[in-house]
Write a protein that binds this ligand. Structure first.
Ligand code: ZN
Length: 120
């Protein structure tokens, strides 16, 4: 199984992955700062912490989403160097380069991704 990418394409995807990783890290950081501020403000106002439960849960969900994304990007950065990168994990088809450009962390071809999402 060989990779379908040229070294130039691979380098391009690598820099995109690194950029996306930085953006996700920054978002995660901003989100953490935000929830710290929220907790701090609540403490200052001596608000009932119960009242902020929905916000906190939303924050947490967003944080988890960002963490999962970071994980996927890290994963893709590692896979980028392996021959399996750029191939669908389900059917083994080559994932088109323009799909990878938009989503370098994509694990599946469009058809299998749609299938996987329908199954969820
Ligand atoms: Zn597939």
């Amino acid at each position: 199984m060989t990779t379908a990418l040229t070294p130039g394409q691979q380098a391009l995807l690598e820099s995109e992955l690194r950029l996306a990783r930085q953006r996700t890290l920054a978002a995660l950081q901003a989100q953490r700062d935000g929830s710290d501020r929220l907790a701090h403000a609540a403490a200052l106002l001596q608000d009932d912490p119960q009242e902020h439960e929905p916000e906190r849960e939303l924050d947490q969900a967003r944080g988890e989403h960002l963490l999962a994304e970071l994980q996927a990007l890290d994963d893709a950065l590692m896979r980028l160097k392996t021959p399996g990168y750029g191939r669908c994990i389900d059917c083994g088809a080559v994932i088109p380069f323009d799909r990878l450009q938009h989503q370098p962390q994509a694990l599946r071809c469009v058809a299998c991704q749609a299938d996987a999402e329908a199954r969820r």
